[in-house]
Design a protein around this ligand. Structure first.
Ligand code: GDP
Length: 332
């Protein structure tokens, strides 16, 4: 039995990765740092990493020069401008511009430099607000999006379509993974810009430390969300990059344009809040504040495709919350 959060990828394909040069864009973020840990563990030693000040991914010429001179064999796009409901809702221009530029610059440069394989990461918010639940890959572009994160979602949909179009026209091997809501080490715990899970860890921890009698949770508490530990996502990234025969086909039924990755289970924000309250050991009250937006009512991913290809999430939410809270205590 392998340990939770580790699924062995195809060994022949993994050998190619081990022998190649791998560029992880966004290696300092929550996703990129988890990916670096996973690649490291898999014996991939030739990692190409650049900080934001060394390489501006929104600058087309810089990205092109960098990819053409370094000639990586594999590219993982873990870089993105991300944020919670409030940040997305208040800064749509920044979210659409940055994410479009990052995806366009890297995907086009990867094609020009004959990169063997690229993995693009999106998000479950690409699916319509009222898509049937759980949301399968086929729901893409079947309805209108949730308005609070429409700008971000459009940029991520463009990323999928860029990969698909380059595969179709140029025969590249550019793959896309759409993760559900993520959490884990190196998450953003800033209350104005973060997602719900790190925000609640911080709010409950501070309330416990300051002896406050109430913690405010935004919205009605009724929306449902699915949470995937970032180490599980990193494992899925390696697994999917090592899937043999993931090629563009004209047959839409066989085409693996993009794959969902999640746990297949969700819970209400209220249930999440009580779980985090227990994890932190806070004994006061919770007050829901409906003057904040709820966002989309539910976004549970249908993960049957990826499960059918042999990958399943391994980290239980309770264990993931515990280890993330421990990380927060050590790094806050
Ligand atoms: P979303 O999944 O794109 O909607 O992004 P979030 O993770 O930011 O929000 C998920 C849900 O949690 C929404 O219904 C929020 O209103 C709710 N929520 C409750 N308390 C908080 C909080 O303190 N911060 C954030 N970001 N969301 C919260």
């Amino acid at each position: 039995m392998s340990e939770p959060g580790v699924t062995e990828p195809d060994q022949q394909e993994l050998a190619k990765l081990r022998n190649g040069k791998i560029f992880v864009a966004g290696h300092r973020g929550m996703v990129g740092s988890a990916l670096v840990r996973r690649l490291d563990r898999a014996g991939c030693e030739n990692l190409l990493l650049r900080t934001h000040s060394q390489l501006d991914l929104e600058n087309q010429q810089q990205v092109l020069d960098f990819i053409q001179s370094e000639k990586p064999d594999f590219v993982f796009i873990a870089a993105a401008r991300v944020g919670g409901i409030q940040a997305n809702n208040s800064n749509p221009a920044e979210f659409i511009y940055s994410n479009l530029m990052i995806a366009t610059n890297l995907i086009n440069a990867a094609w020009k430099a004959s990169v063997q394989r690229l993995l693009f990461l999106g998000s479950s918010c690409i699916y319509p607000k009222h898509a049937p639940q759980p949301m399968s890959e086929d729901s893409l572009l079947t309805g209108t999006l949730e308005p609070t994160n429409e700008a971000y979602a459009i940029a991520k949909i463009a990323g999928i379509k860029l990969c698909e179009s380059y595969n179709r026209q140029y025969g590249t091997d550019f793959r896309s993974l759409m993760p559900t809501n993520l959490y884990g080490p190196n998450d953003n715990f800033d209350l104005k810009t973060s997602h719900v899970l790190p925000a609640l860890i911080r709010k409950f921890h501070e309330a416990k430390t300051n002896d406050s009698d109430t913690v405010e949770v935004w919205g009605s508490g009724t929306p449902k969300r699915e949470f995937l530990h970032v180490d599980d996502l990193a494992d899925a990234c390696l697994y999917v990059s090592c899937l043999p025969g993931f090629v563009y086909t004209e047959n839409i039924d066989q085409r693996l344009s993009h794959l969902n990755v999640g746990t297949g289970q969700d819970l209400t924000i209220a249930e999440l809040a009580y779980k985090i309250k227990d994890t932190v050991g806070y004994e006061g009250n919770i007050r829901f504040n409906p003057s904040y937006p709820d966002g989309t009512p539910r976004k549970l991913l249908d993960v049957s495709k990826l499960n059918g290809l042999g990958w399943k999430a391994g980290i239980e939410l309770s264990a993931g919350l515990r280890s993330t809270y421990d990380w927060y205590l050590q790094n806050q």
